[in-house]
Design a protein around this ligand. Structure first.
Ligand SMILES: [Cu+2]
Length: 470
């Protein structure tokens, strides 16, 4: 239901999926409609009855229903009066898969290979247990992404340190033998001789809006590198997809790089790649974006293509900030998600200390917390360069545990935003705890955690384990 407490009418327009109008309440005309037996993508929300100072007395409203049948992902609903839209009457709709899932990496031990548990985001039960690398008994890395473009999250896993680098993706669709049994691709993302491990992520970077790109970052021992692989997977088993792009987020650094992905700023509508260096370096988080703009022939010819120089191809670094004190060198776990929920804005960046006391911090590029509208797209005449991230939450979910054991973080989408997942040292082994984030007081400008529950402890594991979600 869209309720109008403003002093004007607003023709609301949605992208991608049409809606059906169930009721329009117009208190000025004194009318209340029934159901419209057709779909459309635009409906006028009438104005409310107001007093002489335009304070609303009787609200107007429109009730809609819609079926998200064709795509998962993010699109907008906005007022179709451009001055209203440009001043913030716009919100994002995030369509999540029917079965939203998240992954918990379970480290191996001598003679026992590492496994990955995939949990149903709705109810948390384990729906698959995967052994991604049968001869690997270390700690794998995990991410959830729609690698094959079927609107169902797939599992991406990477090898940890000590073995030749390998990445594998499992189909989240039930192919008869169950979900997460069929391999979509398996390949070596870096040179066979590299032993520093691989961090993994997935997002739409190359412009194919249906299937996500697999993204891999190097562990320590070589100059840190991020590779974005083509969303077109090779049919040949064991062959790597073509490299769409690669870059060096921390030139000269050999500490490894952690990667996460998400729509963390509202300026472009594109997913960013978020990076942090591994242990041994200051916790400098960077965001990179591929805008993929191309100058038109006319702009190229008359030399007016300069305004967006740097937006073609990519990646372009859009922000840089310290997630923790510069003296903290323990490494950073990264994720992104709509953990600020009702506060709006783009996805937040979540950072977790891999060492230290396991402090978790949440970073936003703008939301109702700092007075921004729920979503704000820049006007056609204004293009700010960098994106600024502000800390909106900080807490230590495993405070009091063994010093230095740290945490790892992920998020999993809900119908109202996302929950925050944190792994760390519980009394009976590794625990994964789930949190929501809320304002303590209506006027608070930061968020506090609300514990939502915990998975059964993993008695064979100690400390934090890698998590993956979307
Ligand atoms: Cu409007």
């Amino acid at each position: 239901m869209i309720t109008n407490l403003n002093n004007d009418e607003h023709p609301m327009h949605i992208h991608v999926n049409d809606f059906q109008v169930m009721e329009i309440v117009d208190p000025i005309a004194g009318t209340r409609t029934g159901v419209q037996p057709w779909g459309e993508d635009n409906v006028n929300v009438p104005a409310p009855v107001t007093d002489a100072n335009e304070n609303p007395l009787v609200p107007a409203s429109v009730t809609l229903r819609t079926k998200f049948t064709e795509y998962t992902g993010t699109f907008v609903i906005h007022c179709h009066r451009l001055n209203h839209e440009d001043n913030g009457l716009m919100a994002t709709v995030n369509v999540i898969p029917e079965v939203s899932t998240y992954a918990v990496a379970v480290p191996g031990s001598a003679g026992t290979p590492a496994t990955v548990q995939v949990h149903d985001g709705n109810g948390d039960k384990v729906i698959a247990a995967v052994t991604p690398f049968p001869s690997f008994d270390g700690t794998p890395t995990v991410a959830m992404a729609d690698v094959d473009g079927d609107m169902i999250l797939d599992l991406v896993a990477g090898t940890g340190a000590g073995v030749a680098p390998e990445v594998v993706a499992y189909d989240g669709n039930d192919v008869g033998s169950g979900p997460f049994t069929a391999e979509l691709t398996r390949f070596a993302p870096f040179d066979d001789g590299f032993r520093g491990g691989v961090t993994v992520a997935g997002a739409d970077i190359d412009g194919n809006a249906l299937a996500d790109n697999i993204i891999a970052g190097t562990g320590p021992g070589t100059e840190s590198q991020v590779k974005v692989f083509s969303s077109t997977l090779p049919t040949e088993k064991g062959a790597a997809p073509e490299v769409f792009s690669s870059f060096t987020p921390y030139p000269g650094s050999r500490s490894g790089v952690t990667v996460a992905t998400g729509l963390v700023d509202a300026a472009s509508g594109r997913a960013s790649i978020v990076t942090a260096p591994g242990p041994g370096e200051a916790p400098r988080v960077k965001t990179f974006r591929y805008d993929l703009f191309e100058p038109t022939a006319a702009a190229t010819a008359d030399g007016t293509a300069d305004e967006h120089a740097g937006h073609t191809g990519g990646p372009r670094m859009t922000s840089e900030f310290l997630a923790f004190d510069e003296s903290y060198l323990g490494g950073v776990s990264l994720s992104t998600g709509w953990v600020a929920g009702a506060e709006g804005g783009a996805k937040s960046i979540v950072t977790g200390m891999l060492g230290g006391d396991g402090t978790v911090r949440v970073w936003s590029s703008g939301s109702r917390l700092d007075g921004e509208p729920d979503m704000y797209l820049e006007s056609p005449n204004h293009h700010s360069g960098d994106v600024v991230f502000t800390q909106i939450a900080s807490f230590a979910p495993f405070a009091g545990g063994p010093p230095g054991s740290g945490v790892e973080v992920a998020t999993t989408s809900t119908t109202t935003g996302a929950d925050l997942l944190v792994s760390g040292p519980g009394p009976g082994g590794t625990e994964v705890r789930k949190f929501g984030l809320n304002r303590a007081e209506p006027q608070s400008t930061t968020l506090v955690p609300l514990p939502l529950g915990a998975l059964p402890a993993l008695p064979a594991a100690q400390g934090s384990v890698p998590l993956g979600g979307r």
